[in-house]
Ligand binder design. Sequence first.
Ligand SMILES: Nc1nc2c(ncn2[C@@H]2O[C@H](COP(=O)(O)OP(=O)(O)OP(=O)(O)O)[C@@H](O)[C@H]2O)c(=O)[nH]1
Ligand SMILES: [Mg+2]
Length: 225
Amino acid sequence: RLEKMNHEVQTSTTSSYLFKMNIQTRIFKIIVIGDSNVGKTCLTFRFTGGSFPDKTEATIGVDFREKAVEIEGETIKVQVWDTAGQERFRKSMVEHYYRNVHAVVFVYDVTKMASFRNLQTWIEECNGHRVSASVPRVLVGNKCDLVDQIQVPSNMALKFADSHNMLLFETSAKDPKESQNVDSIFMSLACRLKAQKSLLYRDVEREDGRVRLTQGTETKTNCPC
Ligand SMILES: Nc1nc2c(ncn2[C@@H]2O[C@H](COP(=O)(O)OP(=O)(O)OP(=O)(O)O)[C@@H](O)[C@H]2O)c(=O)[nH]1
Ligand SMILES: [Mg+2]
């Protein structure tokens, strides 16, 4: 796609084309990882579709969902990779999950201690796939609406999150009152990524009458999140 755009720009002499290139949409790839049944599909659906799905089935391989968000006047495409928790449905896909990932969301179910204990394994898998330490990671405890079934105390989750340098979000994909909290999981990551560096070609320079694309590394600090 970039090659095609490059060609278009090279054959164009109008300044409007340059303007278009400068505002091309950047894409942030965020993967959602965790045990089967913790609510990864419901969380990603809540963020991208704005509602709780009536019915879900175990994810096979990966489902992609996208949402365009605006941060400081820039439209950014958040591409959410909703991965399968069941080993048999993820085996052949694992390499693809971690390739060029920009951020990782680890999910556990607050009503199921085993899903919290298994986080260590998910983190090890992530580290084993050469995901850089600079890739932001967050921890999400889901199903907080089931208040009388909670097994994972907040202070335990917070301690774990702190020890792995992650932010903790306790939320519910089901409870509509929590929808803003679900949005903030992905928005806070998008803000951090935008502030970190340009993740896609963004600067256009003219050189000898031709247009050259360069990868920017500019840092911004005035993020609203
Ligand atoms: N009460 C409650 N139930 C939820 C919540 N989120 C998901 N569920 C339910 O939990 C079950 C599993 O949800 P999914 O989103 O399919 O789980 P998953 O993590 O994607 O599972 P895999 O695709 O197998 O990895 C479904 O029956 C959902 O309705 C929540 O916040 N609260
Ligand atoms: Mg799923």
